[in-house]
Design a binder for this molecule. Structure first.
Ligand SMILES: Cc1ncc(COP(=O)(O)O)c(C=O)c1O
Length: 397
């Protein structure tokens, strides 16, 4: 089905920052499969791990233990607690799914069930179900995650969406509006779901103050603070494993996908053990989620990211990319963190036309709107790649 505005190219091979099409033409990739190919295309460690796992065991189902899955969950727990101020922080537990939307579905169900169990524990019949989301958010394309995606253009064709009244949108970075919303509807709220850096709408970071206020208000009202790190997580923003860690807050639920397994489909929803405990056997599931191949891939991606010092590269190259983009006279604004960057172009420049022209010039780019270009290169992107991008982009603009 023709659900994507497809470009006239078929890529057949990749290595690091580079792709080749079926006619042998070479491209520099500044999209990485929409923020997925964290280690660069066909990183030898990932290829080797997948070859090894494929020859050994591909899938068995979640009825059984899966080799490496406990270790992966432990690694994620340690990464999520990386900035915890507690000496012995509570461990996190993870449900493995296959995509970002599924990870968020899991989070929404978890928050509603957690709220219900809290009420039951005090003999109350109240059932808080409302999830607060941010305007311009993007959380996926399933029915519930589309209800959570506060963008009229994406929801329009499917109105009325199920449960839509249970997702209430508030403007990002507006602490006063959030305080007012909690004051009015706090008793109905099961959780708040937000992207610390909003991606699909054009890369808009939440301010640290706003994230701290969200944390405080969720705690005050007994709601779970859920952060969607599907795009901005897994070192995409540099320095720390997760974007929320830049603000020094601790959420209650974290969802991930995209870069976590370097291109093998995987979603993950993590929560501290006391929250995760409301999910008992039979209450949620997935045939493929956390299968042998995806687990082998994710373990390799995480180990390689640490071993190769990729977080430092993201911080340094990301800063260089933003600095260089700002020198282009047709760029009116540069936003982002690490290697999650967008620019707004001057009036009269059509971002979609530039993406097509860039392909001709051997450059893979992405537009999130008529005047906005987004850059999500592999996390191994180097200064020379940025130089090549800027040279070609300057000529195109
Ligand atoms: C922040 C965020 N959440 C969720 C999703 C949905 O992920 P998926 O396409 O893997 O379902 C995306 C995809 O772009 C995303 O950027």
């Amino acid at each position: 089905m023709h659900t994507f505005g497809r470009k006239p190219v078929e890529f057949v091979r990749g290595e690091g920052m580079r792709l080749w099409d079926d006619e042998g033409k070479e491209y520099l990739d500044f999209l990485s499969g929409i923020g997925v190919i964290s280690l660069g295309h066909c990183h030898p460690a990932l290829v080797e791990a997948l070859d090894r796992q494929t020859a050994k065991l591909i899938h068995v189902s979640n009825y059984y233990y899966i080799e490496g899955r406990g270790e992966l969950a432990k690694k994620l727990s340690d990464l999520l607690n990386a900035r915890s101020e507690e000496a012995d922080p509570e461990p996190w537990q993870t449900f493995f799914a296959n995509s970002g939307a599924e990870a968020n579905e899991c989070a929404i169900k978890l928050a509603r069930l957690y709220a219900r169990r809290q009420q039951e524990a005090v003999g109350s019949t109240a059932r808080p179900q409302v999830i607060i989301v941010l305007e311009r958010s993007f959380h996926g394309r399933t029915q519930a995650t589309l209800s959570a995606t506060a963008q009229q253009v994406k929801q329009e064709a499917f109105q009325p969406l199920p449960d839509q009244k249970l997702f209430v949108a508030t403007p990002s970075n507006d602490v006063e509006a959030l305080e007012k919303l909690f004051a009015e509807r706090g008793a109905e709220v099961a959780g708040m779901l937000l992207e610390p850096v909003q991606g699909e709408c054009g890369v808009y970071p939440c301010s640290d103050d706003f994230l701290k206020a969200a944390r405080r208000l969720c705690t005050e009202h007994g709601a779970l603070l859920m952060v969607d790190e599907v795009q901005c997580g897994m070192y995409r923003c540099g320095t720390y494993p997760f974007a929320f860690q830049h603000a020094g807050i601790m959420p209650d639920v974290v969802t991930m996908a995209k870069g976590i397994a370097g291109g093998v489909p995987m979603g993950a929803c993590s929560a501290p053990a006391h929250v995760a405990a409301v999910f008992e056997p039979g209450i949620h599931g997935s045939t493929f989620g956390g299968s042998c191949l995806a687990i082998a891939a994710a373990n390799t991606v995480l180990d390689t990211v640490v071993a190769e010092g990729i977080a430092e590269n993201v911080t340094e190259t990301g800063a260089y990319l933003r600095e260089k983009l700002a020198t282009l006279p047709q760029v009116v604004e540069v936003r982002g963190k690490g290697l999650m960057v967008a620019v707004d172009l001057a009036e009269g420049l059509d971002a979609n036309a530039i993406v097509l022209a860039a392909l001709e010039a051997g450059l893979v780019l992405n537009a999130t709107g008529p005047h906005t270009l987004r850059f999500l290169p592999p996390l191994v992107c180097a200064r020379e790649d940025v130089d090549a991008l800027i040279e070609r982009l300057a000529a195109l603009l």
